[in-house]
Ligand binder design. Structure first.
Ligand code: FMN
Length: 366
């Protein structure tokens, strides 16, 4: 008899057994030496908790908000292309799983189901993750997202050039799944596909948006704007000055640029730089409820999971995604009790020991 998964690593192991080798590789891979992918984890492990006892923690509240949208816990589902890699129902199943847990999902531009299909299924808030695909396509995507009821646009900024995974190149991985958001759009494949949905170098080379062009993007929609992939105090400062509503500190799971710090290491300087003028979230390497508590104690408002959503999908579709989220919920709740905390919105910064030397080199005056 096999036990139900008791942590996210159980889901990981089962997903690896369930998926074809090359599909597993493309989900699991990081860029180049995977240094950043590993560092995302080791950085979390360098942070240690400071438990507090003899406090009344009988009632613990895990609920929070992201840009005013209510979530039952401070964990959301990251945007990721091609969920058909893990399950035939794709993003529709993921949305169902996130909705069962009453939490937010970010839907990738590179989804296999269309944003309208996903919006139809979701009962929890959705943000639309945007890859700039040139002015006309970006405008089309943003207008459709607004129309379909998405609550914000998350612009991914950390993919200025293709970054094929070496494992994909070695496997000659060539499964190109449907691009649900581009049905009927008559453009070459390499314009529609980005580095997360295609293998090799022949992917979208649209010049990325610049800070100056954010004005143009904001002019297309009244929806709030989140920038995904910000990792330095310098960029966080410009983002907040530009009136951006949120920044998602992320290394893209270490899948784009190798040899950077882990995402959690950048949270303190980003939180410092935005001076409370926008919300800060983090993803990359989150695998335990204690990671969530650490991130929130450092000033993040919510935390995203990427690869684990694929593990849940591969193991058991929507139920699997829900299962992954519920395991994290239990672990967050337990860590809160041990840290003497009753609300995730109110975590004390002194809950974690931050290693000496963390943070950016001395900053010039902004
Ligand atoms: C297979 C895969 C596809 C991804 N596709 C996208 C994408 O389309 N857009 C995006 O902004 N991030 C994408 N990401 C990155 C995730 O949003 C997230 O930043 C990352 O997975 C978090 O790290 P973790 O996998 O360690 O949890 C993708 C990640 C994976 C694993």
């Amino acid at each position: 008899m096999r036990l139900d998964p008791i942590n996210l690593y159980d889901y990981e192991e089962r997903a690896k057994l369930a998926l074809p080798h090359d599909d597993w590789d493309t989900i699991d891979a990081g860029a180049m030496d995977m240094f950043t992918t590993r560092r995302n984890r080791t950085a979390f492990e360098e942070l240690t908790l400071r438990p507090r006892f003899l406090r009344d923690t009988g009632e613990r509240d895990l609920s929070t908000t992201m840009l005013g949208n209510e979530l039952s816990m401070p964990v959301f589902v990251c945007p990721a292309g091609s969920h058909h890699r893990a399950h035939p129902e794709g993003e529709v199943a993921t949305a169902r799983g996130a909705s069962m847990s009453n939490t937010l999902m970010m839907l990738s531009t590179g989804s296999n189901c269309s944003m309208e299909e996903v919006a139809e299924e979701a009962t929890s808030p959705l943000f639309f993750q945007l890859y700039h695909r040139g002015y006309d396509l970006t405008e089309m995507l943003v207008r459709r997202a607004e129309e379909a009821g998405f609550k914000a646009i998350t612009l991914t900024v950390d993919t200025p050039a293709p970054s094929p995974k070496e494992r994909d190149l070695r496997n000659r991985y060539n499964r190109n799944f449907e691009q649900g958001n581009f049905r009927g759009v008559n453009k070459p494949e390499n314009v529609l596909r980005g580095t997360d949905e295609s293998v090799g170098w022949n992917v979208n080379r649209t010049v990325p948006l610049s800070w100056q062009e954010l004005e143009w993007l904001r002019g297309l929609t009244g929806l709030p704007l989140v920038l995904k992939g910000i990792r330095t105090a310098e960029d966080a400062h410009i983002a907040a000055e530009s009136g951006v509503d949120g920044v998602l500190v992320s290394t893209h799971g270490g899948r784009q640029l190798d040899m950077t710090m882990g995402a959690i290491e950048m949270v303190p300087e980003v939180v410092d730089a935005v001076k409370g003028n926008c919300e800060v979230y983090v993803d990359s390497g989150v695998r335990r409820g204690s990671d969530v508590v650490k991130a929130l104690a450092l000033g993040a408002k919510a935390v995203g999971i990427g690869r684990p959503l694929f593990w849940g999908l591969a193991v058991n579709g929507a139920e699997g995604v829900h299962g992954v989220l519920e395991l994290l919920r239990e672990e967050v709740d337990r860590a809160m009790a041990y840290c003497g905390q009753t609300s995730v919105q109110d975590l004390e910064p002194n809950l974690v020991n931050v290693p000496q030397g963390w943070g950016a080199p001395p900053q010039p005056d902004f």
